[in-house]
Design a protein around this ligand. Structure first.
Ligand SMILES: Cc1cc2nc3c(=O)[nH]c(=O)nc-3n(C[C@H](O)[C@H](O)[C@H](O)COP(=O)(O)O)c2cc1C
Length: 325
């Protein structure tokens, strides 16, 4: 079991373990990335960042690439329809000194797809290769590519996409084991991760899909043979999942997180957001996180309801005090 937990090298970046935080739009800002890194994630991706927005110097876009506290290796995920757009964004991206640049080829959202970016790129694997080549030729930053298994079940082209991406110089490939049509349901097809890894035994393959608990993470590593795993929904409101996975993989029993520690984590998270965004915006942003942190906490329904209108740190404190510790 312990051999499943190991350091990993992506291009010239040496990472202490193979447990990553996935890119999550609306969640993996610099505050939450730092929190997950402090709980044992080895790498944390930004949410997808528009190359077009970066090229235009849009303030809200470039803010997504700010480095978090203690974030040694910043992994920026870009989305773009083509290599030209990515090229125009490279100067702006490099200003944030990323350790890794990832290309989003999996986003299923119509707004993104209709621009030709995200999972629309799965229909044009050569464009994915051009994007990778452009970054490789113009920077010294390792490139990772995040894909789905294909556009739909009639077009499972992950092996072709992976071959082209690696040929173009990608240092690692992450696959969310669902098609674009599947969105986020039903069950991810882990057997396709196993197939991908078996075709590229010498390349770094990162697995994504249905990692909701530390046990899921251990199972994905052992059943599929992927080199690393990337927690997404399972890490929302649960930064502890990284240390729990490490414990399991080291043959220890993972710690049950007491409510008091969850409350402390929520307040720490909120304070980080206040520093980043100001109190009002931070309190609004924090609502979705709190609901996730408190999932399964006994008698937390009322508190969750109260924070949906909390606009100050004090209002959060007052609401959380009502939890039974
Ligand atoms: C709210 C949300 C936002 C996401 N944002 C991104 C994103 O910005 N970039 C990306 O590549 N994937 C994104 N994903 C996909 C996740 O990174 C992950 O691949 C997917 O959720 C499957 O993992 P899971 O089943 O363990 O959640 C997002 C998923 C969710 C639920």
């Amino acid at each position: 079991m312990s051999s499943l937990l190991h350091g990993i090298t992506i291009g010239n970046v040496r990472l202490p373990s193979n447990l990553f935080l996935a890119p999550l739009a609306g969640y993996t800002d610099k505050v939450y990335r730092s929190i997950c890194l402090s709980h044992g994630a080895a790498l944390a991706y930004t949410e997808m960042v528009s190359s077009e927005g970066v090229a235009r110097g849009n303030d809200k876009t470039v803010m997504l690439m700010e480095r978090g506290e203690g974030e040694k290796n910043l992994a920026v995920q870009l989305f773009a329809p083509d290599a030209d757009t990515v090229k125009r964004s490279l100067e702006g991206t490099m200003a944030y000194n990323p350790a890794i640049i990832d290309i989003n080829c999996g986003c299923p959202v119509p707004k993104v797809i209709k621009t030709g970016a995200g999972s629309a790129l799965l229909k044009k694997p050569e464009t994915i290769a051009e994007i990778v080549r452009t970054i490789v030729e113009n920077t010294s930053v390792p490139v990772t590519v995040k894909i789905r298994t294909g556009w739909n079940c009639d077009c499972l082209n992950y092996l072709k996409v992976a071959a082209l991406a690696f040929d173009a110089g990608a240092s690692a490939l992450c696959m969310h084991a669902r098609t674009r049509s599947q969105l986020y349901m039903p069950t991810a097809h882990w057997e396709l991760l196993k197939d991908l890894k078996s075709h590229f035994p010498d390349k770094v393959i990162i697995g994504s899909g249905d990692l909701f608990t530390a046990e899921d993470g251990v199972r994905m590593l052992s059943e599929t043979g992927v080199d690393a795993i990337s927690y997404a929904r399972g890490a929302i409101g649960n930064p502890f999942i990284f240390e729990q996975t490490k414990a399991l993989l080291s043959g220890e029993r993972p710690r049950v997180i007491p409510t008091s520690e969850k409350v402390e984590a929520i307040m720490h998270h909120l304070e980080g957001l206040v520093d980043f965004l100001g109190e009002n915006t931070a309190c609004r942003e924090m609502r979705k996180h709190v609901c996730a942190y408190l999932k399964g906490v006994p008698n937390s329904a009322r508190v969750r309801q109260e924070v949906t209108c909390a606009l100050t740190v004090q209002a959060y404190r007052d609401a959380l005090e009502k939890l039974e510790h």
